[in-house]
Ligand binder design. Sequence first.
Ligand code: PLP
Length: 322
Amino acid sequence: MDFSQGAAWMRGKLVPVSEAAIGVTDWGLTRSDITYDVVSVWKGAFFRLEDHLARFAASMSAMRLKPPETRGQIRDILQTIAAATGLPDLYVAMVASRGTPSVPGTRDPRQCANHFFAWCVPYVRVIREEVAARGASLYIPTEIVRIPPESVDPTVKNYHWGDFTRGLFTALDRGYDSALLLDREANVTEGPGFNVFAVSRGALVAPDTGVLEGVTRQTVLEIAAEIGLPAEVRRLPVGEFLNAQEIFTATTAGGIAPVTRVNDRRFGDGTPGRRTRELMAKFDEWRMRPEHRTPVSAPAGSPADIPAAAPEGDGLTQAPAS
Ligand code: PLP
């Protein structure tokens, strides 16, 4: 089998990513009733794998999703698919879906057989490398408000991308590289696939609500503490954001990327700022620190020893975890 374009674990089998698919009656598809997490493999090792597994477990718990796989089995599955590709740098997604209900047409989510799958593809950058090199431009479409956290909790990684997709169309149509959304009080939240930071009045500022608590964001905050850069996690009003000295994005899919323009506002001299470049260099170093790295290695006996998830639509009973 050819795994050069990516590999997936679907219903207990290792398959090329192009062959992995979920059923049309799966609530993950019809209701966006699904959660996921994404971890990178960088130069042959997962970066902060346990942090991603912990966030994924918290997301599943918040959504009452209980696929049969244990955390250890999920770790083995991620190792299996990553090792199958033989590629050094990967974007690795782990997903838990509500599944298909045992009673056709029911609206009772308890009647679905939840299932887990995973897939990986060559490393993805939300902001392309050549764009990051010159500094990205972001557009804030004020007519599109980020889905309120009371409706869809952004700390639970989700596929409710209706607001982001509308924002992307607006931003891309106007020639910007990506979008950034505000909440109803005009505070900065996040963009399609990334957190944002501002360097404002000498401190690093990250929005506290309405955002995914990104693992990259957490890494940036830890780096800031190490280098003695003051950091604040709080509301970030758009007025303050537009008057910041520097802006950058942070995500697993690309790391830190400088932003040199938001709407009509250009930052600094229009090239990536000093603090941002310093943090990017530190981030590259942190990615290689042994305590953050889990080397890719196919688990012994994999994949046959990992039990298959419950087949789609087989009702309330789920496969035993062992
Ligand atoms: N915010 C959103 C909406 C995202 O989808 C992502 C990542 O995919 C992030 C923030 C960044 O999170 P992390 O650094 O954990 O990848």
